[in-house]
Write a protein that binds this ligand. Structure first.
Ligand SMILES: CC(C)(COP(=O)(O)OP(=O)(O)OC[C@H]1O[C@@H](n2cnc3c(N)ncnc32)[C@H](O)[C@@H]1OP(=O)(O)O)[C@@H](O)C(=O)NCCC(=O)NCCS
Length: 253
């Protein structure tokens, strides 16, 4: 059965100087260059945490030192493992927002993840009008006003998860595919549909989503290689740096 691990971390867990230094020490030269280009210390720290944790997470799947992973990127910037070459089949996707990161890992398909801070100031209906599909906007507008914000972030995270799984980012227009929710059924479901000219098959896709905390929402999309139902395992990272090594301590939630 396809398994997708979803590793979530709150940056506060890694704010101590020794944690930050240990995570930054795992970065390669390219990442260090990118990190130092950020103007604000806050952004440099976030970068060290998310990219350092990504390396330590990958090392939970293979006997590879966190600092030894090398990535390559597709034409739209999606990173994948380049070295060690024998681990190229391991797929991952990273998302970070102010204060938290989410990393999906699987051996069983193409995946994309997204985490968003929901407390940010966003004019939900206006943004939806601009970016989402007509059916999504209509569904959103039918909801009571106090339910719209949550629906907006559900849609946003799910839409980002899909375009990131496809690896094409915003080259896929967000209004050319739609989500519909059936929250009233015994098992809530999320269905995707595609409008021409976007060519894809809804049967390829499986999704999961959740409210992580009152301030963060997250979603993941996977196209499992054999289309069997995937198991999504949510893991909260409690610590990732022990004795200077790359051990990771997490709990399912
Ligand atoms: C770049 C993009 C793929 C994701 O951007 P994002 O949501 O700002 O950022 P996330 O934190 O979720 O993901 C960034 C990470 O995804 C990965 N990534 C980069 N390009 C990618 C791509 N084409 N496909 C999948 N993953 C990609 C990288 O690991 C990147 O991290 P890094 O830049 O620190 O190396 C793209 O979809 C984008 O720009 N989205 C913003 C869309 C938006 O504004 N939507 C508004 C809806 S109302």
């Amino acid at each position: 059965m396809p398994v997708v691990d979803l590793w979530y971390a709150d940056y506060l867990t890694f704010a101590a100087e020794d944690s930050l230094a240990a995570l930054a020490a795992t970065l390669d030269d390219d990442e260090r260059t990118r990190m130092t280009r950020f103007l604000f210390e806050r952004d440099r720290r976030s970068y060290a945490i998310s990219h350092g944790l990504l390396r330590i997470i990958l090392s939970a799947y293979a006997a590879v030192e966190p600092s030894l992973w090398r990535y390559r990127h597709n034409d739209y910037g999606k990173p994948e493992i380049a070295e060690p070459a024998q681990h190229c089949a391991l797929r991952f996707n990273l998302s970070h927002t102010r204060g938290a990161m989410l990393c999906g890992v699987t051996r069983d398909g193409e995946l994309g993840v997204d985490v968003e801070a929901t407390a940010r100031d966003a004019s939900c209906v206006e943004l939806a009008d601009r970016y989402f599909s007509p059916s999504e906007v209509a569904d959103l507008r039918r909801l009571p006003i106090d339910a719209r914000r949550d629906r907006f972030f559900r849609l946003w995270t799910l839409k980002e998860a899909y375009i990131k799984a496809r690896g094409m980012g915003l080259a896929i227009p967000l209004d050319q595919f739609s989500y519909a929710f059936s929250d009233g059924e015994p098992t809530p479901t999320v269905r995707i549909s595609f409008a021409p000219p976007l060519i894809d098959d809804p049967q390829n896709w499986q999704f999961t989503e959740r409210r992580m905390t009152p301030s963060f929402r997250a979603a993941a999309a996977v196209a499992a290689f054999d289309r069997r139902p995937a198991t999504f395992v949510w893991r909260r990272i409690k610590s990732a740096v022990r004795n200077g090594g790359g051990a990771i301590d997490s709990e399912e939630f």
